[in-house]
Design a protein around this ligand. Sequence first.
Ligand code: IMP
Ligand code: MG
Length: 182
Amino acid sequence: MKYDFMDVLVSKEQIAERVNELGRQITDDYSGKDITVIGILKGSVLFMADLIRAIEMPVAIDFMAVSSYGASTSSSGNVRILKDLDANVAGRHLLIVEDIIDSGITMQYLLNNLASRGAASIRVCTLLDKPERRQVPIQADYTGFSIPNEFVVGYGLDYNQMYRNLPEIGVLHPEIYTNAGE
Ligand code: IMP
Ligand code: MG
C-alpha cells in the first residue's frame, strides 16, 4: 500500500516471511519444552499474534504492560509495571515478545524483573532492533529486523497511539511530527 504520511521500510511480505522463519527457529530451539510467550503491550500484539501461529507446538501466552518514560528520562528506575502477568512463571521457560528494542532500558527492566520470579529460562524475541540507540548492553535472542535510527510505526508500533493497525512498518514523514499538537 502507498501512504502519503510515511515511507514503507518493511513490507507485509517481508514481515510474513521473517515471522515464519522466527517461528521455525523457536520451534526447533524449544523442542520438548513448555514455554510461556509473554507479549509486552501494546506494541507487540500484531507480531505476537502472527508469531505464535508460526510456532508449531502448544504454548501458553500472557501479557505485561510497562510504562514508557519521556525522552529526557532515561534511568531504568522510571520503568513501571502497568499490567502484570496473570500467571506465576516460576519454573517456566519464558519468551518475551517485544515490538522494538531501542535504548534497551525497558528490556533490561523486564529481564531483571522476570528473573527474580524464578523462571527456568528467559529469552527475548523482538520484531525490530535499533542497535545504534542502545544505552544498556541488551541483546535479543531472536530479532526480526535490525533498522536504522529512525522513528517507525505500523504492525503494532505507534506514534501517539496511532498507526498501530498498518500492515507494514514505515518511517513517518517529518511533517507529521511538526504538525503534532497543533
Ligand atoms: P527502550 O526502553 O528505549 O528500548 O524502548 C522501547 C520502547 O520504546 C518500545 O517498546 C516502543 O514502545 C518505544 N519505541 C522505541 N522506538 C520506537 C519507534 O521507532 N517507534 C515506535 N515506538 C518506539
Ligand atoms: Mg512498547
